[in-house]
Design a protein around this ligand. Structure first.
Ligand SMILES: Cc1ncc(COP(=O)(O)O)c(C=O)c1O
Length: 422
């Protein structure tokens, strides 16, 4: 069972609310750090184990700095994320650049930062060579395609746009070897928000076997395997969190059998998780604006799917705590909505909650990854502030709320004066 508690008491939250208008996102530094340490400790048997935090999950430089202090690298997927890394002081092989359909200018930036470049397409060997020249270390993203070999990997990778086929991997590494590249990595990501630890062990087994086959056929040595992200989090109270120890034990066994036994060690194990790093430790704090009764009862919040779109996009469950009513019975069914002119702008549908009134403060859980980051401005909605609850109990603003001036900054209203429509 997941523990749906809050890292602040009612009085502390009231103090935060006195200083900060709703809606806002707030992250819990202490829990993020403890979790980061637990992840590293689980894999400390692998010398060189590294988590490259997927910046896309929560692209805030303050959180990035905090994770850097915990020893994490960064997984960047775009120009903006590369620049964010650079401006937070993260460069070189502390960055893994995992992108797709990549523009030349982004390869140039990744090259300038000496990031590890992870190619998504065999044709990008020539593209990269033309744009920047080939770096000394290159990684390929593998797409296993239709399930094979009894691997228990989820989904239909063959439908995904990402990665190289198996044949392309062999061809690609051969070409890199012949072009003088000497350092190699391999990457895959075949799960998303997955709570079954077997999938991660199966992913590692698949990569370890590939490392063995490619190494022996081509006579090259791999430095690392990157298992991607995708570790799920217990969004629902009845969900069980992934046991990092179980995942680690399974991968350790596979490493002994498939890497050490074949004389392929040392091989560094990388991950690029986002969701499990910050997801459970971020909260969207909002207020009930209106309660509306028609054929159903709607609790309209002062936030909307622009602040957290997972429920609207995927029908995802996010737990909701009503402040001050934690011990009240959940006596009424609500659709908890935002104010966007989209009927799917709902944080919850038919959710049993205590009786709600305008002004009630609600906290939406597990909003710390792919939450604020997925925000947008449709209907002119402004993105909310982000706060950090520091380990010492103080609260720091790590991003101010957007203003209408921010929203209109790309428009030249003065130009209207000379814009002739007669
Ligand atoms: C290439 C890549 N790596 C890592 C991640 C992070 O995934 P998660 O936040 O589910 O761990 C993503 C998510 O979209 C991704 O596309």
């Amino acid at each position: 069972m997941a523990d749906k508690t809050l890292p602040f008491g009612t009085d502390t939250l009231q103090e935060i609310l006195d200083q900060n208008p709703t809606p806002f996102h707030i992250y819990d530094e202490r829990a993020i750090r403890e979790n980061a340490r637990a992840l590293k400790a689980a894999f400390d048997w692998n010398e060189g184990f590294r988590e490259y935090f997927a910046v896309k999950a929560t692209p805030n430089p303050y959180l990035v700095k905090l994770l850097k202090a915990e020893g994490f690298g960064l997984d960047c997927s775009s120009m903006a994320e590369l620049v964010l890394a650079e401006r937070t002081g993260v460069t070189g092989e502390d960055i893994m650049f995992t992108s797709n359909d990549t523009p030349a200018v982004e390869y140039k930036k990744a090259h300038e930062l000496n990031a590890i470049i992870n190619l998504d397409d065999i044709r990008h060997i020539d593209y990269l060579e033309e744009v920047t020249g080939l770096p000394e270390l290159v990684c390929f993203r593998y797409n296993p395609g239709p399930l094979r070999g009894g691997n228990a990997i989820i989904g239909h990778p063959e439908e995904a746009k990402y990665g190289f086929t198996r044949e392309q991997l062999f061809d690609g590494y051969r070409r890199l070897r012949d072009k003088g590249v000497r350092r190699f990595g391999i990457h895959t990501m075949v799960a998303s928000n997955e709570l079954n630890s077997d999938y991660f062990v199966a992913t590692a087994e698949m990569l370890f076997d590939l490392v063995g086959e490619i190494s022996s056929e081509l006579g090259i040595t791999f430095e690392f395997v990157n298992m991607g992200g995708g570790i799920g989090i217990p969004y629902r109270p009845e969900d069980e969190a992934v046991s990092l120890q179980v995942v680690s034990d399974g991968i350790r066994k596979a490493y002994a059998e498939r890497i050490e036994a074949r004389g392929l060690a040392p091989l560094k194990l990388y991950m690029e998780c986002g969701r499990m790093v910050t997801g459970p430790y971020g909260y969207l704090v909002s207020r009930v604006l209106h309660v509306k009764e028609t054929y159903k009862t709607f609790a309209g919040l002062d936030s909307c799917m622009a602040n957290l779109m997972r429920p609207a996009l995927y029908g995802a469950y996010h737990h909701i705590t009503v402040i001050g009513k934690e011990s009240s019975a959940n006596t009424k069914l609500y659709d908890v909505t935002g104010s966007l002119c989209e009927n799917n702008d709902k944080f919850a549908i038919d959710r049993a909650l205590p009786e709600l009134e305008p002004g009630d403060v609600v906290v939406i859980h597990d909003a710390g990854a792919h939450g604020h980051a997925m925000g947008f401005n449709y209907n002119g909605k402004l993105r909310s502030a982000e706060l950090l609850l520091r380990a010492d109990g103080s609260v720091t603003s790590i991003r101010r709320a957007e203003t209408l001036d921010d929203l209109f900054a790309t428009l030249d209203f003065d130009g209207l004066d000379v814009f002739d429509v007669s």
